[in-house]
Design a protein around this ligand. Structure first.
Ligand code: MLT
Length: 228
């Protein structure tokens, strides 16, 4: 059952876990101009047994939804980014109570602008996320103090030909997250800024191996076996 909702401060979808005892929830964060439906299919491919929570960014840039304001391509309004990061983190915490999912088993899956706010959430509200899969992310901000992300799995999926996120940006983000103690996996696609099937296949394996509990893992494997 899908629940479209405007409550909790964000227009969002929540899809409960198909298996009631699965504890993993993916928070799906779309790119600029997307909405809460964009990544539902990707989320289901990544983790067939997981619950899916997918908010729409509350900022409008010429009618395109985003999660925070920017001044130009890759130049962020840092004050707005901080405020929006806390709003989103509060939303995830409130949604865990409303929909009764495990608040310590939440993994963000973000693309582009959604990946950037997910990275910001890791840096400013690390307790909200158990891990993150970041497609085409850049360094969103530099936190005043380095948070502890000790042992949290983070996948950075970058495009070698990405005209928006240069390789040195990816490398800076990798270093920042690793310095905070995250278990960073860096994956390079022969691609630009767009999300590819290779990204999804990589994230699926990464999620199964590093970010799911044993119960989720066996259920995901059963679901995969049913698909084939
Ligand atoms: C951003 O603004 O978050 C990044 O430049 C990516 C984008 O949304 O184009």
């Amino acid at each position: 059952m899908t629940t479209p909702s405007e409550s909790l401060g964000f227009i969002h979808r929540f899809i409960p876990a198909p298996e009631p005892d699965s504890s993993l929830t993916l928070v799906l964060l779309h790119g600029t101009g997307g909405d809460e439906t964009d990544l539902l299919g990707v989320g289901r491919q990544l983790a067939p047994a997981a619950a899916l929570l997918s908010p729409r960014g509350r900022v409008s840039e010429n009618g395109m939804a985003r999660f925070f304001r920017r001044l130009a391509e890759g130049v962020f309004d840092l004050e707005d980014l901080r405020i929006r990061t806390h709003e989103l983190a509060d939303f995830v915490e409130a949604a865990a109570q409303r929909y009764r999912f495990a608040s310590d088993r939440v993994v963000a899956v973000g693309f582009s602008n959604g990946a950037n706010i997910a990275a910001s959430m890791l840096l400013l509200r690390p307790q909200v996320l158990a891990g993150a899969s970041l497609f085409r992310a850049m360094v969103p901000l530099l936190p005043e103090t380095v948070p502890s992300l000790r042992g949290k799995p983070v996948l950075l999926a970058a495009g070698r030909l990405d005209p928006i996120v240069r390789p040195e940006q990816t490398e800076r983000l990798r270093r920042l997250l690793a310095q905070a103690g995250a278990k960073v996996t860096l994956h390079w696609e022969e691609a630009g800024h767009e999300l590819t099937n290779g990204d999804i296949a990589t994230a699926r394996v990464w999620l199964r191996e590093s970010a799911t509990a044993p119960g989720d893992r066996s259920r995901d494997q059963q679901a995969k076996a049913r698909e084939t």
